[in-house]
Design a protein around this ligand. Structure first.
Ligand code: BGP
Length: 491
């Protein structure tokens, strides 16, 4: 059997990197709005600018380093790529039309929390923001595309980060619950496919999560992680109650990992790295409870989670309908031999895989790794899978006639879709959809660059904010259209 008849072919985006209009329509500030641009190729990091308690301004490479009590701000003299991004806010009709033309059955996008609640925890929601997304969803439906909506994609409200330390606090969790419930009520009947928290496994370690001292303070890191799990489970539960037709998935960054060698130390290092990095998140959200190794680890480290009554039941009731994930590359894991005393989860490190080529940003290109990933997840959980991000971030060149020839991207897509096909046809994996990342060019989350492009549609905008934001079709646009219209048969 090949791809399902109702296979959800599409493309993926996220408000914080795509939408722009960062203060339009009553929107408030999110942590992502306070991140400056960076430069991945030269390794220049994105930074936060904070007003220190003594009134001075200081730059930080990570929220982790910003002390509590300092206020992360948006400095008007600095260029922030996400403020305009590729301006979906004003181009949504055109972008949805292009997506439908490519044969999309599904369009993945996220709702910006601060467009609905500008501070994250306001008394009343912002109707203009709610209406904006309603219009977009209606247009998707009119064009024959199911919206796949991420409730939270790297956009913790800045107010919650500054005043409450982001996801460490129950206040943020409670605000998230209200926000999620409102979305299910408002878009009932219009949206049926939902993802709770984007890449929940890197969220606790990620710069946009609003948590100030997660690395040095393990107690806070574990509490933030726990709060994210509870928030996700609540969203699944309430989403099902409001509309039993809703299909709600988790979202995990799931690059496959290989032991660097057959030395059992490397094999164990990989196992340990994968369960800390990926399986913990799948186990909690699919099986409804923390795995025993994690319970043991917390106990060993003297960490006690602040749980509310009913949380254990909530985690069980809030298990997901499908497992969605991003897949870009793979990594090889070796045991740390020089650091025998390090604790669990810290005994491994990623090493270069001599068998694979890498992108200009150093991400390995590993199509077979996708087939392995699909199999390892499906073998473990036996629920439908969806690949909601995949693709090649590359430097594109616009020719004099305006065309963009991107055979490297076409090759990447072909090789990965072939592996999906093998996983479905040969291995029997239940795969329900595929939405490659950044189908219309958008800003990179990791580096803040515009030039790291994933799209099949080129957007005229550069790293300094120059460009008229016009859209044009790359060669890959026509390739993907052919693939989608043949339901993945014509590669
Ligand atoms: C994932 C995120 C996306 C996206 C993608 C590509 O981690 O969910 O938001 O950005 O990676 O990463 P980058 O933009 O850093 O190339």
């Amino acid at each position: 059997m090949s791809f399902r008849e109702d296979f959800l072919w599409g493309g993926a985006s996220a408000a914080n990197q795509y939408e722009g209009g960062y203060l339009s329509g009553g929107k408030g500030l999110a942590v992502a709005d306070a991140l400056t641009g960076g430069d991945g190729i030269h390794g220049v990091p994105r930074t936060f600018i904070a007003k220190m308690p003594d009134g001075t301004m200081k730059k930080f490479g990570n929220m982790e380093e910003v002390p509590l009590g300092a206020e992360v701000i948006v400095d008007e003299n600095t260029y922030y790529p996400s403020h305009v991004a590729t301006d979906f806010y004003h181009h949504w009709k055109e972008d949805l039309a292009l997506s439908a033309e490519m044969g999309f059955k599904c369009f993945r996008m996220s709702i910006n929390w601060t467009r609905i609640f500008p501070n994250g925890d306001d008394e009343t929601p912002n109707e203009e923001g709610l209406q904006f997304y309603e219009d977009v969803f209606k247009e998707c439906k009119r064009l024959g595309m199911e919206p796949l909506v991420t409730i939270y994609h790297f956009d913790c409200p800045l107010h919650l980060a500054n005043a409450y330390d982001g996801w460490v606090s129950k206040h943020t969790l409670e605000a998230f619950k209200r926000y999620a419930k409102l979305l299910f009520e408002r878009y009932k009947g219009l949206v049926h496919y939902w993802l709770t928290i984007n890449e929940i496994n890197i969220n606790t370690n990620f710069m946009m999560n609003g948590v100030h001292d997660h690395i040095s303070n393990r107690q806070n890191a574990e509490q933030a992680r726990y709060n994210l799990f509870v928030g996700s489970a609540y969203a699944v539960k309430v989403g099902h109650e409001i509309d039993p037709e809703n299909k709600i998935g988790l979202m995990i960054a799931h690059g496959v990992s290989y032991p660097y060698s057959c030395d059992p130390k490397d094999v164990f290092a990989e196992l340990d790295d994968s369960r800390h990095g990926k399986w913990l998140y799948g186990d909690v959200q699919v099986r409804g409870k923390y795995p025993q190794w994690k319970i043991n680890e917390l106990k060993r480290e003297g960490i006690t989670l602040d749980k509310d009554p009913g949380d254990d039941e909530l985690l069980k009731e809030g298990v997901v309908d499908f497992y969605s994930f991003s897949y870009y590359s793979s990594q090889a894991i070796a045991a740390k031999t020089d650091d025998k005393e390090s604790s669990a989860g810290n005994q491994s490190h990623g090493v270069k895989n001599p068998h694979l080529q890498a992108s200009e940003w150093g991400w390995t290109i590993d199509p077979l790794g996708l087939r392995i990933t699909l199999n390892e997840i499906y073998d473990r959980y036996q629920i439908p899978l969806m690949i909601v991000e995949n693709g090649l971030g590359a430097l594109d060149k616009v020719e004099e006639d305006g065309s963009v020839h991107d055979p490297y991207r076409i090759n990447y897509m072909r090789d990965h879709i072939q592996m999906m096909k093998d996983a479905v046809e040969i291995d029997g994996v239940d795969l329900m959809g595929y939405t490659p990342w950044g189908s219309i060019d958008l800003v990179s989350a990791g580096t803040g660059e515009m030039r790291k492009r994933y799209g099949f549609v080129y957007v005229n905008m550069d790293d300094d904010g120059n460009g008229d934001l016009s859209r044009s079709k790359k060669d890959s646009f026509f390739y993907m259209k052919k693939v989608y219209e043949s339901n993945g048969e014509d590669l």
